[in-house]
Write a protein that binds this ligand. Structure first.
Ligand SMILES: Cc1ncc(COP(=O)(O)O)c(C=O)c1O
Length: 373
């Protein structure tokens, strides 16, 4: 079986440390340890005294309590803490898919789950968000791709790379499709909490159907990717099965990370981090929008409802990967190539950064694009 690398993460490994402007980070600008700890001197003292042992393998109890509080009807027995959403997605695929099982996935998407399933010899059937209908779910396509062999329906909601939030009706259609064949729903919800156009958090799939595994993380909406803390919320017996896989892959997330994550998700700190992320997202999007508007119709896009990224169609006769590489080489600006998300002729630009950084990056992109127009 030929191994296919994870295209997006691979190109990030190649370019992100080489360029001056990295516009591929889909979370908001990371927070410093000092900002995270804030005025909480008690926490600082506790961290200094902390023995850097293995913590609870499934996550320390206060962290699991804080995560459970984010999902209606969840308790700590529904939660497994993982090394990022990346590990969560990985062990879900390992645990659920058996020989001959198929996976249906929403596209465009972050292609981790897709790649892991394909690399383990499972047929992956994409169903789409429609670019010509403001990224609405193509319901007929969903029904074409789901069949008796479908073991998992995978989706990212709010979506990466489009920022689309599924409507309640779209969620119901997906649940009904899963229920009709007894499939699981793997709902990667790492952008939940990073809404731009609404105050309310995007709803979780957890609680809408018994076979849901909802994945979350501190990497995106909380500006804490370097903590490497993610989680799965699901039925307790399946959480136990995932835990058995977690013992093989990572054993546990780090001790310091567990404590900082519990702090970040505590009632007193979480609202501050969410507000910070939303400020970056709202302000950054306006900078991007005004720059795109000045580009004489070169770009078209549907404004993202959540996340710090948007998926932009461009009118140039060059493939997305070629364009991405040209921008890295000539402008020292790194953007996501649409092919990495399953759709050419698009680029994904992340805008969760300071205005001055974005403006300089966009003016460099503009100079390179001038040679292609
Ligand atoms: C949809 C999605 N899931 C998972 C991940 C990985 O997140 P983490 O840093 O929590 O491992 C990413 C990172 O870009 C992502 O976009």
């Amino acid at each position: 079986m030929k191994f296919t690398p994870f295209d997006l993460e691979y190109t990030q490994s190649v370019w992100e440390q080489k360029v001056e402007f990295n516009l591929t980070e889909s979370g908001v600008h990371p927070i410093t340890l000092q900002e995270l700890i804030g005025e909480d001197e008690g926490l600082l003292e506790r961290l200094l005294q902390l023995e850097i042992n293995y913590p609870h393998v499934n996550g320390i109890p206060p962290l699991r309590e804080n995560i459970a509080a984010l999902y209606d009807g969840a308790g700590t027995e529904n939660v497994l803490v993982t090394v990022g959403a990346a590990e969560a997605n990985h062990i879900i695929i390992q645990t659920l898919l058996e020989d001959g099982d198929e996976l249906a996935t929403l596209t465009p998407t972050y292609k981790q789950v897709w790649g892991i399933a394909a690399n383990s010899n499972h047929l992956v059937r994409p169903f789409r968000l429609d670019p010509d209908q403001a990224w609405a779910l193509d319901v007929e396509d969903l029904h074409r791709q789901v069949n008796a062999k479908t073991k998992i329906i995978a989706l990212v909601n709010p979506n990466n790379p489009t920022g689309h939030i599924l409507t309640e009706e779209e969620m119901d259609v997906i649940v009904a499709a899963a229920d009709s064949v007894g499939a699981w729903i793997l709902s990667d919800e790492v952008y939940r909490g990073a809404e731009r156009t609404q105050e309310a958090e995007a709803p979780s799939f957890f609680g809408r159907y018994d076979k849901v595994l909802a994945v979350g993380s501190l990497s995106k909406a909380y500006g804490l990717p370097g903590l490497r803390v993610g989680w799965v919320v699901g039925p307790p017996d399946t959480i136990e099965d995932l835990w058995r896989r977690h013992e093989y892959t990572a054993i546990t997330a780090g001790m310091i990370s567990n404590h900082l994550a519990a702090h970040a998700l505590s009632e007193s700190v979480r609202p501050r981090l969410r507000a910070r992320a939303r400020d970056y997202i709202k302000a950054g999007y306006l900078v991007l929008k005004s720059w795109m508007d000045s580009q004489q119709g070169l770009f078209s896009h549907t404004p993202p409802q959540a996340s710090a990224v948007t998926f932009i169609r461009y009118g140039l006769d060059v493939s997305a990967t070629e364009l991405m590489e040209k921008l890295c080489r000539e402008a020292s600006v790194f953007v996501g190539a649409g092919d990495s998300f399953g759709m050419d002729k698009h680029i994904r630009i992340a805008f969760g950064q300071e205005k001055e950084v974005l403006e300089e990056a966009f003016s460099r992109i503009e100079r390179t694009l001038d040679s292609l127009r």
